[in-house]
Design a protein around this ligand. Sequence first.
Ligand code: DX5
Ligand code: ZN
Length: 211
Amino acid sequence: MKVSVSILSSSIKPQEIVKKLDNTKADFIHVDIMDGKFVENKTWTFSEIKKITDYSNLPLDVHLMVKDPKKYVEDYALLNTVYLTFHYEAVEDINDMIEYIKNYGLKVGIAINPNTDVSVLFPYLKYIDLIIVMSVFPGASGQPFIETTPERINMLKEEIFKQNVKTIISVDGGINNETGLLCKDAGVDMLVSASYIHRDIQNNINILKEL
Ligand code: DX5
Ligand code: ZN
């Protein structure tokens, strides 16, 4: 199982966390960017993220919870970014946004809110690398896992199989050993976690990795 560690809302300084992550089995640093418009909260600026992530060699999985994702692509292409993910709900011209990100040499992800029908993504599966299925409403860490998530993951997984494409599925929000297992059984490829992992970084990453 791939594990992407969100650095959102930990009591430890983010640069201390990312330093530690290099000595764990974490696959990615999950960078949550909020603009105070698409969601109420605001997180770091690009220069803050650059300073924080300079402390680690891990690749980045950047989750843009922003109204105008195009504005962020050029900056994040300068970092160790592998996946750049925008929200389906934020963008009008999805194909144009996919192309725009690809032109910077990045892998493209689309995140989908808990109340958006997953079938809206079916026409784009062959053009994207990652889907982030939101298992909470975006905006904050520490929220409870929404129980309809595994069936949403399963619907996407079946369609990916049907279309014979390589898109991977990630899940974000309220993930721990139990909810992570439910998502694994539904076909998820990657787990994103903040609060559960920060309780005991080394140990809980190992638990999620081995699910
Ligand atoms: C929520 C963010 C998540 C969040 C996950 O809007 O996108 O990445 O940090 O936090 P936990 O694992 O605590 O739900
Ligand atoms: Zn996230």
